[in-house]
Design a binder for this molecule. Structure first.
Ligand code: BES
Ligand code: MN
Ligand code: ZN
Length: 498
């Protein structure tokens, strides 16, 4: 789908989207059309329940005399409530309504809104962004889809007077969308296609955008002493990998980087502590954290962010086999600390233990943020709306929460208090890898904390938000890429040189 920006005086094509504010207040474009059509819009609104409230829509056939075929009225609500997220929701709503409805071209008229804090070019760029994000489909394995089920829209034109300014703004957002799409693609792929080596290969494609990509295999990881990560992968036929991505966009090439670390379990069967069959297919997206790290590195590179950023992902497949690790095994991590593996299904923390240690040891980052589909317990705590945030630094936690709020990827702060640590004491090793059912997400985070020295660190447990069972305003159901936009925003606001 192509998105372009055109001057408002250009003739519109295809389906024309016009906006209406709450109280049936038409936008200037809608008012013009109303006059041209002898009050068609006013009549249609009066005859229906469409009042211009946020998310209301009304689809009309365009009367003779207009160049367009159909008219879609979109309600924006109150002017003071039209913010960036509302604009994105507007674009998303348009795609949800029209993408597969037969129209080939959609023209969205974006007028300046009196009483709204955003200028038209700003609004328009985010309308386009929302449309782009919502248009995502993972359909490469559908070989029998009928034409009438496929998207019909090939072109979206955003019309406004300040079209060049909007286009410039959108070019930045488009880079972020590319990162989001890469993340969604990776998480959507099945585990017979995406396994540690093939995922590392996909990450390598970031080199085309100027990211330096290094891949470590099992031999190199063994040399580094990564016994925790390697233990998880030892039951799999697939070789474990560690991928290190570096984007050096800061003027000062010696500036300490911000680091992102991702859990990349390409399939989590549970290992010898095997999971029940129901929903086990979901565990193809247990590499969701790694996919976000790869996607955000791509986004930073595409929008040429002025920052030094490092992405490290630990890639393993957790399988039961004759060579798999057993409950009760003791492994030695790169940090030298030993771990008693009580449950082989608590594997993500083992992977992150070595990935986190490696990252802070090698890069001395100014801040380190990990993302992981770490615990089922976070889904019990927070459901699918908020991701869990654990942090050893107040400022970092506040900045993350603020960035999340701005992009609509919400975080809820969870405790990381020392008393929880006693739940992971082991009788024979430095710690064990499970802390019982009580506070399961917290004890998982306490485990990770043991592998962080004095680096500012945050851990996002994204198990509940990585995969959506229902469509969202800018996220079709499926892989959400939750975290890409949030981390991009954090970088823009906190780590980027202006
Ligand atoms: N990958 C899972 C967590 C998960 C569950 C993610 C459901 C997404 C949806 C993780 O590796 C896991 O199995 N965690 C266990 C830990 C337990 C054995 C201590 C869990 O949450 O049950
Ligand atoms: Mn598991
Ligand atoms: Zn897992």
């Amino acid at each position: 789908m192509k998105i372009s920006f055109a001057k408002a005086s250009q003739p519109a094509e295809g389906a024309l989207v016009i906006s209406v504010l709450e109280g049936r207040k038409p936008s200037p474009t809608a008012r013009q059309l109303d006059e041209k059509t002898d009050g068609l819009i006013t009549r249609a609104m009066a005859a229906s329940r469409f009042e211009g409230k946020k998310d209301q829509t009304l689809l009309l056939v365009a009367p003779n005399g207009l160049e367009v075929q159909r008219l879609l009225l979109v309600g924006l609500g109150k002017p003071e409530d039209v913010d960036v997220q509302a604009a994105e929701g507007w674009g998303g709503m348009v795609m949800a309504q029209l993408q597969a409805a037969g129209d080939e071209v959609v023209t969205i008229a974006v007028d300046a809104i009196e009483g709204c804090s955003l200028a038209a070019d700003h609004l328009a760029a985010h309308v386009a962004f929302g449309a782009r994000l919502r248009s995502y489909r993972f359909d490469k394995y559908r070989t029998k889809e009928k034409t009438e089920e496929k998207p019909s829209v090939g072109k979206v034109v955003i019309m406004l007077d300040e079209h060049s300014a909007a286009k410039r703004r959108f070019s930045v957002l488009d880079g972020i969308a590319e990162g989001v799409f890469m993340t969604r693609d990776l998480a959507s792929e099945p585990a017979n296609v995406i396994y540690p080596e093939s995922l590392a290969e996909r990450a390598k494609s970031l080199a085309d955008s100027g990211v330096d990509v290094e891949i470590l295999g099992e031999k190199q990881m063994r040399k580094l002493g990564m016994g925790a990560l390697l233990g998880v992968g030892q039951g799999s036929e697939r070789e474990s990998q560690l991928v290190v991505m570096r984007w050096m966009g800061a003027e000062d090439e010696n500036a300490a980087p911000v680091a992102f670390v991702g859990k990349g379990v390409t399939f989590d069967s549970g290992g010898i502590s095997i999971k029940p069959a129901a929903n086990m297919e979901d565990m193809k997206w247990d590499m969701g954290g790694a996919a976000v790290v790869i996607g955000v590195m791509k986004a930073l590179a595409l929008r040429n962010a002025k920052v030094n950023a490092v992405g490290v992902v630990g890639l393993v497949e957790n399988m039961p086999s004759g060579s798999a690790q057993r409950p009760g095994d003791v492994v030695t991590s790169m940090s030298g600390q030993t771990i008693e593996v009580i449950n082989t299904d608590a594997e993500g923390r083992l992977v992150l233990a070595d990935a986190l240690w490696y990252t802070q040891d090698r890069f001395k980052p100014q801040a380190m943020i990990d993302l992981a589909t770490l615990t089922g317990a976070i889904i019990i705590s927070l459901g699918d709306r908020y991701a869990g945030l654990f942090a050893n630094d107040e400022d970092l936690a506040a900045r993350l929460m603020a960035a999340g709020k701005e992009v609509g990827e919400l975080l809820w702060r969870m405790p990381l208090d020392d008393p929880y640590d006693k739940q992971i004491k082991s009788d024979i090793a430095d710690m064990k890898n499970t802390g019982g059912r009580e506070g399961g997400s917290i004890t998982a985070a306490m485990f990770l904390k043991r592998f962080v020295k004095d680096t500012k660190w945050a851990h996002l447990d994204i198990a509940g938000v990585t995969w959506a069972k229902k469509d969202g305003s800018v996220t079709p159901k499926g892989a959400t890429a939750f975290g890409v936009r949030l981390l991009d925003r954090l970088v823009a606001e906190t780590y980027e040189q202006k």
